[in-house]
Design a protein around this ligand. Sequence first.
Ligand SMILES: [Fe+2]
Length: 221
Amino acid sequence: MTHGHPASPSACETRDPAPALSGRLSPAEVVSRIFTTFLQRGHRQYGESVTELQHALQCATFAGDAGERAEVIASCLLHDFGHLLHELGEDIADHGVDSRHELLGANHLARWFPPEVVEPIRMHADSKRYLCRREEGYFGALSPASQRSLELQGGPMSTEEAREFEAHPHFELALRVRRYDDRGKVPGMPTPDLATFRLLLESLVHAQTAVPAPSPSLPGA
Ligand SMILES: [Fe+2]
C-alpha cells in the first residue's frame, strides 16, 4: 500500500511525556500513566471546538452506548493518543505537516494492549482514506478539520489500496472505530470521566513479556 505523506516530522521532534520504564508495569500502573498523559495534555484542542480529552471520551461513550466490546471502546478512547505524544503544536495540520499520530500512538500503546485495540488506532487515518474511496457522501459528511487533513494523509485510497485494506485482519474493527471517531466532535457533550474507563482498560493490558519499551518513532518519516 502506498501512502502520500509529504511532510512528516522527524522522530527527534517527538517526546513521550511518560517514557516507558524498562521494567514491567501492572495494569493499574499502565492505565495511570495513560491517564496522567491525558490530564497533562488532553486540554489540547482537537479542533471542532472540543479538546483531545473531550474527543476521546465522546468516541468511547458512543461506542459504549452502542454496546461495543471492550476492545472497540478502548480503541476509541485511545485512538488519538498519538496527538498527546508529540510537541508539534495543536495546529500542525494547518501548517501542512502530518504528524503521523496514528502510528505514534499505535507504536506506543502496542507494548501494553492487544492488536484488537492497537490496529484500529494504527489504521484510523487510512480508514478515513478508505471510506472516502468506497462510501459515497462520506467525504462531504466529514468535519472540516478531517477534510483538511485528508490530503496530508494521502487523499482517498486508490481502488487497489482499498482492496488491500479490506483484506487486513482488523479491517472491520478499524471501520467501526472510525465511525465513532467521526461522531466524537460535539461541543459541550456530557460524558463519563476518564476514571469510568479504568477497569475496562486494565482488563485489556496484556502481560508484558519481554516486550522492549520502544521510544516513540515515526515509521516512514
Ligand atoms: Fe479522532
